[in-house]
Ligand binder design. Structure first.
Ligand code: F6P
Length: 329
């Protein structure tokens, strides 16, 4: 874990990558804990894009009013190809130094943390990361901000789909977000009673799914729900529906939940996680620790070097898939 010795007076906070419900609660914690510790806190708009474009503004206690319950991020966010290049980071570092920002809190996912790690390595700007992504795919933290809300949003949708699936005796394929990781799919699938769950980590196939659905029909089941993670690009559910039709002649309705999983009011669990992590990030900077992420191990907050976070992958649990499969008989 890296340490720095210079005294910090002014910190910057920004959100980066895909937004996640609870990011505002994390910003609020950074600002209010920072000010309580006699720091000045500045917000950087649109993540690394705003850092390069000098969109850096002071934040006050009252700017944080009425945001704990709001989804999205009041600081806005972005993904930046320019910042991935050394010249982009030089521009950002110059702006931060001109604004006398001594240290940063970065709320985002692993791509954002790669940028944060580079800022420390190349420009000696101390950064602490707070994991905010609905995907929950950050190594070093059991939970990320936004995951619980996204799972509950998707679950609510599945419960509604179940009503209509049962009324019409239909097969549905519900596609959830998660790109290369199956956390949302496995949690939503288990909690929503899905017959089969397709994740990048799992090994289910169209053949297995068709067999299971046929067996279930044989036992008197009249409707089924399959859950799939989106994969590299949304639309995987349509491919699955096609494959199932070709294999079995069964017709499957497709429902892609998409970006609605990213919005909405954060659950209590996400607000609490975000508040604790935001506060811990400021506390770590005040103690001179940087180049780390605040993660969770069970209920405990931990500090994990960014190097480890960005070089390792976190896989979703396969045991949830096998349990869901037994329970959906
Ligand atoms: O990383 C969060 C996430 O919502 C993924 O689940 C999804 O694949 C991706 O972002 C979508 O990104 P964008 O909003 O840029 O389309």
């Amino acid at each position: 874990m890296a340490q720095f010795s210079q005294k910090i007076k002014r910190i910057g906070v920004f959100t980066s990558g895909g937004d996640a419900p609870g990011m505002n609660a994390a910003i609020r914690a950074v600002v209010r804990v920072g000010i309580a510790q006699n720091l000045e806190v500045y917000g950087i708009q649109n993540g690394y894009v705003g850092m390069m474009e000098n969109k850096i503004y002071p934040l006050q206690l009252r700017d944080m009013a009425n945001i704990i319950q709001r989804g999205g991020t009041i600081l806005k966010t972005g993904r930046s190809a320019e910042f991935m290049k050394a010249e982009g980071r030089v521009k950002a570092a110059q702006n931060l130094k001109a604004a006398q920002i001594d240290a940063l809190v970065c709320i985002g996912g692993d791509g954002s943390f790669r940028g944060a790690h580079a800022l420390w390595e190349e420009h000696h700007i101390p950064v602490v990361g707070v994991p905010g992504t609905i995907d929950n795919d950050i190594f070093g933290s059991d939970k990320t901000i936004g995951f619980d809300t996204a799972v509950n949003t998707a679950l609510e949708a599945i419960d509604r789909i179940r009503d209509t699936a049962a009324s019409h005796d239909r097969l549905f394929i519900v596609e959830v977000m998660g790109r290369n990781s199956g956390f949302i799919a496995s949690h939503v699938g288990l909690a929503g009673g899905a017959e089969e769950i397709f994740t990048p980590e799992g090994n289910t196939t169209v053949e297995k799914a068709v067999d299971r659905i046929k067996e279930a029909i044989g036992r008197g089941k009249t409707s089924s729900i399959l859950v799939t993670a989106e994969g590299q690009k949304p639309g995987r559910a349509y491919d699955l529906a096609d494959a199932i039709r070709k294999k079995s002649g069964m017709d499957a309705k497709v429902c892609i939940l998409g970006h609605q999983q990213r919005g909405g009011s954060p659950t209590a669990a996400d607000r609490i996680l975000a508040s604790r992590m935001g506060a811990a990030a400021v506390d770590s900077l005040l103690k001179g620790y940087c180049d780390i992420m605040i993660g969770t191990e069970g209920e405990r907050l931990v500090q994990v070097p960014l190097d480890l976070v960005t070089k390792n992958e976190k896989k979703s649990q396969l045991d949830l898939l096998s349990l869901a499969s037994i329970l959906a008989t």
